[in-house]
Design a protein around this ligand. Structure first.
Ligand SMILES: Nc1nc2c(ncn2[C@@H]2O[C@H](COP(=O)(O)OP(=O)(O)OP(=O)(O)O)[C@@H](O)[C@H]2O)c(=O)[nH]1
Ligand SMILES: [Mg+2]
Length: 443
């Protein structure tokens, strides 16, 4: 397969194209030094020292830029190969010209995620860490950034590796029993194996228990602002966001489509995906009716609903109406408190902080203990679930004692295999393919 052909030397722009002060170009592979030499002067560079250089077109010798280049000799680079990073001036022309020079000197334009893929193939990162790089780049909230950094740091990998070792130890107890049943120490007590499996199962369950919060870290908890027209929903949305994102007017029926934004109050465990919606009412207007249908769809999927009303009777009616549309917890919000004296005011900011606290309470996820890494990827969750199911089957089979130990141990082996998929300790070709397809070029 093309992307696992590491005999090629690859090059790519690692920063977004467009106007900017600087851009970063990466070059990696067996011929990286030779290719760099044909476009950079002075040469050779001192490894790992940023050096001011001149880039020339290898064919015409025309000067293309005066960038900073850093040389990394294999295996001491991100990819584990010979690599050169060139920090050029930014903009539409210079980075593209420098990249083209590297290509005409023999480099191949890299595929999406190919640098990180090589880092994995060369043992610089495991699969979970490579995914963390993607998550860090895609992070849209501080909590997502924290989770990705901890995963990049090996938090999840270490935990999974420890679990794997625990399962292998359990397997070894069984193997010992099979191979040396007449040893001096006597047979391994069945309870010892059961206990060892139970400890691993508990640790696995603890890790899996972070998955619901991990999903919220990744996507945000869906919090829908609902209520009758003119209740002040869009004003509340803007106030919670801290900027005027949604249109606000005194004309009922202003908001037609749903408007989304991600917010994360300081110190929160996960972001909120706030949605402002069209006011709920009976209407003959086709466009407004469509907007209300959209509101109803969001309500069905909500993690929590802010039911807004200007007056107590309006609020009671809204709560009842929303209740019929969603199983999600409902936080009643008395809006325009500056006019009525209780609740929340988008105008003065009164009650906003308390409202957010209330929303997090309503969503009701318990913060996981800080020592347990958060499982944020569906792929990891699926592997952990598979491992837990196999381990559970092993425990049942072992407790029943009806089948030979070797057969029971097959479930342990399958659990180990599922864990190995997470960190990529097994043949991971297809996992790599799926994973790096989501990456951008230059990563
Ligand atoms: N005094 C005061 N007026 C508010 C407050 N919140 C909203 N308003 C006013 O109420 C009117 C309606 O506000 P919107 O935020 O557009 O209401 P909405 O619920 O989004 O209305 P629709 O989109 O039509 O369903 C506007 O004139 C706002 O200025 C508030 O906290 N205090
Ligand atoms: Mg509105």
């Amino acid at each position: 397969m093309l992307s696992d052909d590491t005999t090629d030397t690859i090059a790519a722009l690692a920063t977004p194209s467009g106007r900017g002060a600087l851009a970063l170009i990466r070059l990696s592979g067996p011929r990286a030094l030779e290719i760099a030499k044909s476009v950079l002067t002075p040469w050779p560079l001192t490894p790992r020292r940023a050096t001011l250089v001149t880039v020339r077109d290898p064919e015409t010798a025309e000067v293309l830029d005066r960038p900073i280049a850093t040389l990394y000799e294999a295996p001491h680079s991100f990819t584990g190969e010979h690599a050169v990073e060139i920090t050029t001036h930014g903009g539409a022309i210079v980075p593209a010209a420098v990249l083209a020079a590297l290509v005409s000197a023999g480099a191949r334009p890299a595929l999406p995620g190919e640098f990180t893929r090589r880092a994995v193939l060369n043992g610089k990162l495991d699969l979970a860490q490579a995914e963390a790089i993607g998550d860090l780049v895609d992070a849209r909230s501080p909590s997502a950034q924290r989770a990705a950094l901890s995963q990049l740091d090996g938090g999840l990998s270490r935990r999974v590796a420890a679990l794997r070792t625990a399962l292998l130890d359990t397997e070894a107890l069984i193997a010992y029993d099979i191979d040396f049943p007449e040893e001096d120490d006597g047979p391994i007590p069945r309870e010892r194996v059961a206990k060892s499996a139970a400890t691993a199962a508990a640790s696995l369950a603890q890790l899996l228990a972070t998955a619901p919060i991990g999903e919220l870290v990744r996507d945000g908890a869906l919090v829908v602002i609902a209520g009758p027209p003119n209740a002040g929903k869009s004003s509340l949305f803007n106030a919670l966001l801290g900027r005027a994102r949604a249109l606000v007017t005194d004309v009922p029926g202003t908001t037609r489509d749903a408007i989304e934004a991600l917010v994360e109050p300081a110190g929160a465990a996960f972001p909120l995906r706030l949605v402002d919606t069209a006011g709920l009412r009976e209407t003959a207007d086709t466009v407004e009716r469509l907007g209300i249908e959209v509101s109803e769809r969001y309500l069905r999927d909500a993690h929590a609903v802010l039911a807004c009303g200007e007056t107590a009777p309006a609020l009671t009616e809204t709560v009842a109406r929303v209740h019929a549309l969603t199983p999600a917890p409902i936080v009643p919000v008395r809006t325009k408190a500056d006019l009525y004296g209780v609740g929340v005011s988008a105008e003065t900011g009164q009650g906003l902080r308390e409202l957010l606290d209330e929303v997090y309470r309503a969503i009701g996820t318990t913060p996981s203990d800080p020592d347990t890494p958060i499982v944020t990827r569906a792929r990891h969750r699926a592997s952990l679930t598979a491992a837990a199911a196999e381990l559970c089957q092993f425990q049942d089979t072992w407790a029943a004692g009806a089948v030979p130990a070797v057969i029971a141990a097959v479930h342990l082996r399958a659990a180990v295999h599922a864990l190995e998929e997470i960190i990529g300790a097994v043949d991971t070709e297809d996992i790599l393919d799926r994973l790096f397809a989501e990456f951008c070029v230059g990563k």
